[in-house]
Design a protein around this ligand. Structure first.
Ligand code: GDP
Ligand code: MG
Length: 163
């Protein structure tokens, strides 16, 4: 069965890094500056024995420009509508922010199938943020390190019951 996974979350949590790892090509722009990726990008992902479409969604821009913020929000909502399952990514090193809460609310309102992922979980610096992620009420988070390729099996196992 083929399905579509949308990676959603605020800027700089590591969405494009995971997209690139799943797709295996540098299709998405990765930048240290928050909010660089502003559109939806689609690629064909491989993970274990699964083949699926993955969407790298733009985060909610944290700039004060209201129209830009609205656009980012609409893009995220569109990604959620296009997807069978959403990977909601938070930064385990930063912990849960008010912007993360905005995303959690969008996902709840859209009744999305959510896999909650605490990224940047390599080493011990992410343990506090990982535990905070439980408070979002979106189920048990998985630990990921998109940059180092850790937690990819956990992601695979989280996808199996959904797809
Ligand atoms: P996006 O804005 O959510 O798409 O985030 P990016 O993929 O552009 O990544 C933002 C920054 O976080 C970049 O500097 C990445 O190298 C870094 N990053 C991504 N994944 C990880 C990770 O697993 N661990 C650490 N320590 N940094 C990461
Ligand atoms: Mg990005």
């Amino acid at each position: 069965m083929s399905f579509t996974l949308a990676i959603v979350g605020r800027p700089n949590v590591g969405k494009s890094t995971l997209f690139n790892r799943l797709v295996g090509k540098k299709l998405a722009l990765v930048d240290d500056q928050p909010g660089v990726t502003r559109d939806l990008r689609e690629g064909q992902a491989r993970l274990g024995d699964l083949r699926f479409t993955v969407i790298d969604s733009a985060g909610l821009e944290e700039a004060t420009d209201d129209s830009l913020q609205g656009r980012m929000r609409r893009l995220t909502e569109r990604a959620v509508e296009m997807a069978d399952v959403c990977l909601f990514m938070i930064d385990a090193r930063v912990g849960i922010t008010p912007t993360d809460q905005v995303f959690a609310d969008i996902l709840r309102r859209k009744n999305a199938n959510v896999i909650l992922a605490a990224n940047k979980s390599e080493g011990r610096a992410g343990e506090g943020g990982y535990l905070e992620a439980y408070s979002l009420g979106l189920g048990e988070p998985i630990r990921l390190s998109a940059e180092h390729g850790e937690g990819m099996n956990e992601l695979l196992y989280a996808l199996y019951p959904i797809v």
